[in-house]
Design a protein around this ligand. Structure first.
Ligand SMILES: [Zn+2]
Length: 114
């Protein structure tokens, strides 16, 4: 089976993120249950940082996996909002991009209603 080089790039990014995630997850696990009261505040702080790191990497991983899925569906490289092709330069810099620059800016600026 022929592998699309762009897909390969996404797979490499996904594997890298998975490795980072498993390393961070180990760190989060190690933070709990040590029973050392003196270090507990410091440990909690470290655990907190690691937990935030896990969240960030997990979010990136979800984006890359979504892009891979879109590759399989033949949808990769097309904006999910305006259905126009995403600029090749943008895809090179951000293979997991699912929106063109215009739609991405719109999504980031206006859609979040609290
Ligand atoms: Zn668009």
């Amino acid at each position: 089976m022929r592998t699309d080089p762009r897909r390969r790039q996404l797979e490499i990014a996904r594997d890298d993120l998975r490795r980072r995630l498993s390393r961070l997850a180990v760190h989060v696990d190690a933070g709990g249950g040590s029973g050392d009261f003196i270090d507990s505040a410091h440990a909690m702080e470290q655990e907190d940082t690691a937990t935030r790191g896990v969240e960030i990497v997990a979010r990136e991983l979800a984006q890359v996996e979504r892009a891979l899925q879109r590759c399989d569906e033949g949808e990769w490289g097309w904006c999910i909002d305006c259905r126009r092709p995403i600029a090749p330069a943008r895809l090179r810099a951000l293979p997991e991009a699912i929106r063109c620059l215009v739609c991405q800016r719109l999504a980031e600026s206006g859609v979040e209603i609290h």
